[in-house]
Write a new protein. Sequence first.
Length: 75
Amino acid sequence: MNTNAYKISLSYSQVLELVKQLPKKDKAKLSKELAKEAIDIRLTHLLNSFQTNELDEDTINEEVEKIREGIYAKK
């Protein structure tokens, strides 16, 4: 098997034309890979938007304990 890697510049239209020539099975695999990449990008963006320096582990643990105490008190 040839393991040489070649890099070429292609336009979107050229890539699309190549993809259209792929067998259905390969199109499905390509679609899954693109979906995974899109999900990774969205998840990274989402996690970055929630990132904060205002919370630390001790603060989170205190809140969790307060909620647990409230739940146990109701029982």
